[in-house]
Design a binder for this molecule. Structure first.
Ligand code: HEM
Length: 184
């Protein structure tokens, strides 16, 4: 099995983790929405613990993913995009991968600065390694908001690029990310 990306294609690991990360993000957002509509305390606690667990898995997977992205070749683009499009789309992809490492750290730091541990199911918790501090929490929350906004903008661009390639340009860029072998 091809373990790393090369100039000709993504590895099956990259493809699998790409969609695992997308599914984790969707599930985390789903927990957030469910939390907004749940009044029962026990259910809210269960949802919050599940959301924290999904975020922790996302963080761990994303560390590997960012390292793999930065340390292997990004395959040649499908179709004939101009160099600026290639640079922008690859930079956005790296930015998205980086955000998946930094944003969970910001959430953990913000909770720790508020004196709250990140609680997981089965009575587990991620320890708070810093002292509670209102000032630190305020700064981290601002950084989180900036990072989350940049992530949303980057993700919108990423999605636009994928849909444009698939529907407007009719090439195999999206199908390649779904596992199709594409001859370049
Ligand atoms: C429905 C949602 C998504 C679609 C349709 C999509 C589509 C794609 C496509 C078509 C590529 C291949 C680009 C190329 O050929 O160079 C790609 C790569 C990539 N995407 Fe997405 N994507 C989605 C969600 C995400 C999310 C949520 C993230 C990160 C948080 C992400 C991060 C990346 C990264 C880092 C790459 C480069 C390959 C890698 O290292 O995984 N994508 N995506």
């Amino acid at each position: 099995m091809q373990m790393r990306d090369n100039g000709l294609g993504f590895s099956p690991i990259t493809i699998a983790l790409h969609w695992v990360v997308a599914a984790l993000l969707l599930s985390i957002a789903g927990c957030g929405i469910a939390l907004m509509f749940t009044a029962d305390d026990a259910q809210r606690l269960g949802l919050a613990h599940t959301q924290n667990l999904l975020g922790t898995v996302l963080f761990v997977v994303s560390i590997y993913r960012l390292w793999a992205r930065l340390s292997s070749y990004h395959p040649l683009p499908v179709g004939t995009p101009n160099p600026v499009e290639v640079i922008v789309s690859r930079s956005v992809a790296v930015g998205l991968a980086l955000a998946m490492v930094l944003l969970p750290v910001a959430v953990w730091l913000s909770r720790a600065a508020a004196g709250v541990a990140v609680e997981l199911p089965w009575g587990l918790a991620i320890p708070t390694l810093i002292e509670p501090s209102v000032a630190v929490q305020r700064v981290v929350d601002i950084l989180f908001d900036i990072g989350a906004t940049a992530f949303m903008l980057g993700f919108a661009l990423h999605l636009f690029g994928a849909l444009k390639n698939h529907f407007a340009l009719g090439n195999d860029a999206l199908k390649r990310m779904l596992g199709k072998h594409v001859e370049l």
